[in-house]
Design a protein around this ligand. Structure first.
Ligand code: G4P
Length: 282
């Protein structure tokens, strides 16, 4: 499946981001821990124009913990701080604030030397759709923060949020980019639910999941859907349809329904903690 498309509103959002990024000291990039490579916007490095980045590996509760550790190490080797979180959990504020201060340490020190006291760190927050950005902001902001309204020069729509006296966040809409470098990247992003399902072929996503699970987490599908030994990969959707009673009116197996069910199980974590890519394979 070649997912090649680009909704118009994302072009406008990207342009806004390009403008607004100039006003920020650092970029907080929210990635999905299950696909830390594929969920990272390749434009960000250019757009961020040498700004320091803090990577937040969200949905860490759904990812394979050992692989998350290797991603943290991978980013560290590139001089980038990455922290794993479950954005639904509150009370992580101090940990995140400390990470922001660490990443913005040069700016804070520069201000201090110049005698500029208490100028807040301006952090732009970016991430693909469905990565958990709203959840993260709500948890991080808690009750103490106040929306400060648009600042001059910030395109209408992107919202400044005051976290504390020393940190302001600039929220941006979740966007993707015009063309994925490989079909696998599109499939992984589709698997975690960041592309509108209306333009996806569920059977293709299901085939991708089956292939991935059979290679990397063997037995998970067999255990969940009671698949007998010897069933070939291209027969697995039929076995799932059989096990889950996905049957059309005439008695035919409903393969589309089985595909949808498998994709939903993957997205909701029913297949366990699964990470779709490792640093050594990118
Ligand atoms: P977005 O703004 O980036 O588009 O994402 P949003 O916060 O709306 O989150 C998308 C979905 O991911 C939500 O679930 C949210 O609860 C879930 N989510 C966000 N962060 C985490 C996390 O760290 N771990 C887990 N397990 N889930 C997370 P939903 O089912 O779409 O909505 P809801 O039923 O929770 O309201």
């Amino acid at each position: 499946m070649d997912i090649n498309w680009y909704p118009g509103h994302m072009t406008a959002a990207r342009r806004k981001m390009q403008e607004d990024i100039k006003l920020c000291d650092i970029v907080i990039e929210l990635l999905d821990s299950r696909i830390p490579f594929s969920s990272s916007n390749p434009d960000i490095k250019t757009l961020a124009n040498n700004k320091k980045r803090l990577i937040i590996l969200n949905k860490a509760d759904m990812a394979d913990p050992q692989i998350t550790e290797s991603w943290i190490k991978y980013f560290k080797e590139q001089g980038i701080k990455a922290i794993p979180i479950d954005a639904r959990v509150r009370k992580q504020t101090l940990m995140i604030t400390n990470a922001v201060r660490e990443v913005a340490a040069d700016k804070i020190e520069r201000d201090r030397r110049r005698g500029i006291a208490a100028r807040p760190v301006k952090a732009m927050i970016v991430g693909i759709p469905n990565v958990g950005k709203s959840t993260f902001i709500n948890s991080y902001v808690g009750k103490t923060a106040a929306k400060t309204g648009n600042k001059p020069g910030v395109t209408k729509g992107n919202q400044w949020i005051r976290i504390s006296k020393d940190i302001n966040l600039l929220d941006t809409p979740g966007i993707l980019w015009p063309k994925f470098d490989s079909p696998e990247i599109g499939l992984r992003i589709a698997t975690i639910g960041s592309i509108n399902d209306d333009i996806l072929e569920m059977r293709d996503i299901a085939a991708f999941i089956i292939d991935f699970m059979q290679t990397n987490y063997c037995n998970v599908l067999a255990d969940r859907y009671m698949i007998k030994d010897g069933v070939k990969r291209d027969e697995i959707l039929y076995a799932i349809a059989d096990n889950k009673k996905c049957i059309k009116k005439g008695g035919e197996p409903d393969i589309d329904k089985a595909a949808r069910l498998l994709v939903d199980d993957m997205r909701s974590g029913n297949l366990g903690r699964v990470t779709l890519e490792k640093p050594e394979n990118i």
